[in-house]
Design a protein around this ligand. Structure first.
Ligand SMILES: NC(=O)c1ccc[n+]([C@@H]2O[C@H](COP(=O)([O-])OP(=O)(O)OC[C@H]3O[C@@H](n4cnc5c(N)ncnc54)[C@H](O)[C@@H]3O)[C@@H](O)[C@H]2O)c1
Length: 305
């Protein structure tokens, strides 16, 4: 069986000193990649900074015979993102793979959420992924090669009590990734989004220990590794991953309801009386892309006889 390898490739893992980030760094390094371990090293709510988070992972990689450097820059500003990319290029000559993984939490019910809780989450997750991807993008385009991972969350896909800020940012990353997958296609830049489940300081406080034990961060890494391999053609997809399971998610739309009125404007009462057709998902089918979505609005409406 041939090995999946990344010899000569440089991967940047943001939040690489944390639970999932470390697992990604170790897997990439063990398969020949040069790794930039980027981590600000603050608390899980985004306070403070420390070099030790990134340093520890770099030491681990080097001790196992791999190549790695540390970056202690925050992902959230354009100039610090540029510095991280430049560090990778200076050390290894190129950048090929970006794992947008850095993250923090500011959980609070919406009633108690402050503006700062919203801003901090957007800054690290959304702006962070924007700055890091933006800094990599010209290099990826120029070399006609790039692999990007966005990290979403079940909280964004399904909603979760106390995580309005985090949910918004996490599903926002999926939206950004979907557009980048389209824009990157002709440059061989693949962009995919994952919603992982793994034990970390983020989940330790909300999940029971027996469950946490099963949720090894190493179990998420193979999906990230495969999606970022040269062989993989997957792009513009969303996956749930954890505990050895790998699932792809997609949008579905039902048959819906179309007004019988010639001017195409339904009355409130017509909508009320046909609500079961609008809401019932039993006949739902996959919608693959924006063309699929838009086509449906262009079709002539069949009048009920
Ligand atoms: N663990 C899970 O079950 C789970 C579920 C869904 C999503 N996620 C997401 O996975 C990612 C990794 O989370 P984790 O569980 O490994 O948590 P973690 O706290 O162990 O790792 C996150 C890392 O990001 C770093 N970081 C934070 N802000 C940064 C910044 N501005 N610049 C650079 N680095 C920064 C932290 O120092 C930390 O090391 C996060 O985006 C998180 O939201 C995790």
């Amino acid at each position: 069986m041939s090995e999946v390898r990344y010899d000569g490739k440089t991967v940047i893992v943001t939040g690489g000193g944390g639970s999932l980030g470390r697992a990604y760094c170790l897997l990439f390094a063990s398969r020949g990649a040069n790794v930039v371990v980027n981590d600000l090293g603050g608390s899980y709510t985004g306070e403070g900074a420390s070099q030790s988070a990134a340093d520890k992972v770099v030491e681990e990689i080097k001790a196992a015979g791999g190549n790695a450097i540390a970056s202690y820059e925050s992902v959230s500003e354009m100039d610090s993102a540029e510095k991280t990319i430049k560090a990778g290029i200076d050390a290894f000559g190129r950048v090929d793979i970006l794992i947008n993984n850095a993250g923090i939490l500011r959980d609070k019910s919406f009633a108690k959420m402050e503006e700062d809780d919203w801003d901090k989450i957007m800054e690290v997750h959304m702006k962070g992924a924007f700055c890091m991807t933006k800094a990599c993008w010209p290099h990826f385009r120029e070399q006609s090669y790039g692999r990007v991972i966005m990290t979403a969350s079940a909280a964004g896909i399904y909603g979760n009590f106390g995580q309005a800020n985090y949910s918004a940012a996490k599903l926002g990353l999926f939206g950004m990734g979907q557009t980048l997958a389209l824009e990157g296609k002709k440059y061989n830049i693949n962009v995919n989004t994952i919603a992982p489940v793994a034990r970390s300081r983020m989940t330790e406080t909300v999940m029971p220990p027996p469950l946490l034990e099963k949720l090894r961060p190493e179990a998420v890494a193979p999906l990230v590794g495969w999606l970022c391999s040269e062989e993989s053609k997957e792009s513009g997809s969303l996956f749930e991953v954890g505990a050895g399971r790998f699932f792809k998610l997609g949008w579905q739309r039902n048959g819906g309801f179309a007004t019988a009125n010639d001017d195409g404007v339904a009355s409130l009462e017509e909508l009320r009386d046909n609500w079961s057709d609008v809401a019932d998902m039993s006949d739902a089918k996959p919608v693959r892309n924006i063309q699929d979505s838009t086509m449906e609005f262009m079709k002539p409406i069949k009048k009920k006889s």
